[in-house]
Design a protein around this ligand. Structure first.
Ligand SMILES: [Zn+2]
Length: 171
């Protein structure tokens, strides 16, 4: 069985992209996507049509049951959004037909995060791990819990305004 995922582009808040059938986890597709992102190439290029079975399917990122990993390049601020599925609680994305949700787990910004750091964030999450926190990746790269923007490693909010409006507690 494949590890299904999504790879796409976000432009002005709208995400379009592709369903990816095999090896969507961090160690495989995730690492390839990091290479493309840090080299300044379109992450869509990480889809090898011979190896991956891909279909244009912009809705798949909302399928919390089957979409296990998602990678979205945000064109407007040059960041890479990383998603995981199979969460029982709702987060940002609307639910599909199932009771499972896809969450935005963390956001990589190559202006403030090195590639080594991004790889370390991937390594922080493992299916076999005893770590039952939702987002162990965030122990390496956090996001602002007020606005979901990427932040430097030692910060919790990117500014005072976000600190005041943060309603999503630490998970
Ligand atoms: Zn913020």
């Amino acid at each position: 069985m494949g590890t299904r995922g999504f790879i796409g582009i976000k432009n002005k808040g709208k995400i379009t992209g592709y369903y990816n059938h095999y090896d969507s986890y961090y160690e495989s597709l995730g690492r390839q996507i990091l290479e493309f992102y840090y080299n300044g190439n379109s992450i869509i290029g990480a889809l090898d049509e011979e190896r991956q079975r891909i279909n244009k399917d912009s809705k798949f990122l909302r399928d919390g049951l089957y979409c296990e990993y998602g990678y979205v390049y945000n064109k407007n601020d040059d960041t890479l959004e990383v998603y995981r599925g199979f969460f029982k609680q709702k987060q940002l994305l609307e639910k599909s037909d199932t009771d499972y949700y896809v969450h935005l787990v963390f956001v990589i910004d190559r202006k403030i995060h090195s590639k080594e750091l991004a790889l370390k964030a991937f390594d922080a999450y493992s299916l076999d791990s005893e770590d039952k926190r939702y987002y162990p990746e965030r122990s390496v790269i956090n996001v602002c819990t007020g606005c979901w923007k990427p932040i430097e490693v030692d910060k919790r909010y990117h500014d005072k305004k976000c600190e005041n409006k943060a309603i999503i507690g630490d998970i």
